[in-house]
Design a protein. Structure first.
Length: 278
């Protein structure tokens, strides 16, 4: 476990590195969760992945062939605030002039503050005064960059739109390796559907949900050249577009995250087959 920065309210930003040191440099899977405060099941998914990798003997191969970096909570201040004050809080807790908080997933320095983000401080998708104005997004970008040359898969975990998204978010255009991104996302979605009958949509971020600029995923893909970069939007509770989709009954959480872990294994197999030295 390693600190990679401190939040606006001086909470620790923590990552977990699961690496097996050896002579061979292994491909790395990078996972971040909890960049949006109210999406509570996302950090739960990250913790579930960590538990499976470290505690379940059947998953031993997953950490032998591939290295992992998992960041369970990018936005600890917002997460805390969503517990203590406002359950539907999304941004970080940076003090503003009229309203507080910046949407960290609109604050990355790639097509920053274009379509799909707001320059209005009180908006829940406020992009900030400048790219990387926030300690959390800046610290996350530094870790992504540090490991970029080894990172073969980047996953940003969110809730609750029930889809697997890939670049681009900032434009309706498709990415250079659209076919590969689409095929891999479809494999994952099919696996999850087969065990759960829960249907995850697959597509580019902009075409499937809406245009979004300044996201961590677009930045990892577009600036750090991590060619397999996805956003996992976990299962929606009650299948609504209302805010109650974020509020999942505790008894359902284990089902959702364990089903998606089967999808994570599909991602892993793809990365291992494509990149690891046999
Ligand atoms: Zn989100």
């Amino acid at each position: 476990m390693e600190d990679f920065g401190v939040s606006y309210e001086r909470r620790r930003l923590v990552l977990l590195k699961i690496v097996n040191f050896g002579r061979i440099i292994k491909p790395l899977i990078f996972i971040e969760a909890g960049i949006h405060a109210r999406e509570w099941v996302a950090p739960a998914q990250a913790l579930f992945i960590i538990h499976q990798l470290l505690e379940v003997p059947d998953n031993k191969e997953l950490i032998e062939k591939v290295d992992w970096i998992v960041i369970p909570l990018v936005n600890p201040d917002g997460y805390e605030y969503s517990h203590s004050v406002d359950r539907m809080w999304r941004k970080n807790r940076a003090k503003g002039k009229t309203c507080d908080g910046v949407d960290l997933n609109r604050n990355f320095d790639f097509h920053w503050s274009q379509h799909g983000s707001s320059d209005y401080e009180c908006s829940s998708t406020y992009a900030g005064v400048s790219a990387f104005s926030e300690p959390e997004s800046l610290a996350l970008s530094a870790v992504i960059k540090r490991y970029a040359s080894r990172t073969k898969l980047y996953l940003s975990i969110h809730t609750a739109e029930q889809c697997i998204l890939f670049p681009w978010g900032y434009t309706m255009e498709v990415a250079e390796n659209d076919l590969e991104l689409r095929q891999l996302a479809s494999l994952v979605a099919r696996k999850v559907y087969n065990i759960s009958k829960v249907e995850y949509k697959v597509g580019t971020s902009a075409q499937t949900l809406n245009i979004v600029s300044g996201s961590s995923r677009d930045w990892a893909y577009g600036v750090c050249n991590i060619s397999l970069a996805f956003t996992i939007e976990l299962e929606a509770h009650l299948n609504t577009r209302h805010c109650d989709r974020f509020i999942m009954p505790p008894r359902k959480i284990n089902k959702v995250v364990s089903e998606m872990f089967e999808g994570i294994k599909v991602f892993y197999t793809f990365i291992k087959d494509k990149y690891s030295v046999h």
